[in-house]
Design a protein around this ligand. Structure first.
Ligand code: HEC
Length: 167
């Protein structure tokens, strides 16, 4: 009888263990599924966040470069250029070819007689003729000495340099 009881008890305990085990297994499996789902969602979230941040970091520099290159940098460099123009240097590069030797009727730099009447017109007229070009009695002064890449200020600085040398 006692043996039967212990067998029954053993059976009960076994069944309890079995049920507990099944419940535990189901619980673990469910946890596993929940975790898998959570991890999957996290991976998705992180990927979306990455994509969004990539997009924003891709967009920002484009905007910054555009703003910087078009709005900021040229203004600064133009200001610097205007302040640091070397009229003598511009003259050597773009004007000397004709004006040093008096090629094609160009008034020679340093020829006071050739420049007196021209200087008498005033700086603004000389600037206008040098920047826009000038057809005179002696010949043709090409606009900016034929160097369209020069800024107006650079041509003016070269005129100032030539006038200073020729009076
Ligand atoms: C291709 C030759 C040539 C080059 C290069 C040239 N000039 Fe001249 N320039 C002339 C000639 C020719 C005249 C005279 C035109 C006339 O009076 O008939 C002249 C005249 C001038 C005059 C006098 C304008 C006036 O109203 O009397 C100025 C100022 C002048 N040049 C400035 C410059 C400057 C500054 C440069 C350089 C940026 C330059 N030139 C480059 C040919 C040149």
């Amino acid at each position: 009888m006692s043996t039967t009881m212990s067998e029954q008890q053993f059976l009960k305990k076994s069944i309890i263990f079995l049920i507990f085990g099944v419940i535990l297994t189901l619980f673990l499996v469910m946890m596993g599924f929940v975790n898998a789902g959570t991890i999957g969602q996290r991976v998705l979230d992180e990927r979306n966040a990455l994509v969004e941040s990539d997009a924003s970091t891709l967009l920002q520099p484009v905007g910054q470069i555009n703003v910087g290159a078009i709005a900021t940098q040229p203004v600064e460099s133009i200001e610097v250029a205007a302040a640091n123009i070397n009229g003598g240097q511009v003259y050597q590069n773009a004007c000397m070819a004709c004006h040093a030797a008096g090629i094609a009727g160009a008034p020679k730099t340093g020829d006071i007689g050739a420049w007196a009447n021209r200087i008498a017109q005033g700086s603004e007229t000389l600037y206008t003729h040098a920047i826009g070009g000038f057809q005179g009695n002696a010949g043709v002064m090409p606009a900016k000495g034929g160097n369209a890449g020069l800024s107006d200020d650079e041509v003016k600085a070269a005129v100032d340099h030539m006038v200073a040398q020729s009076q």
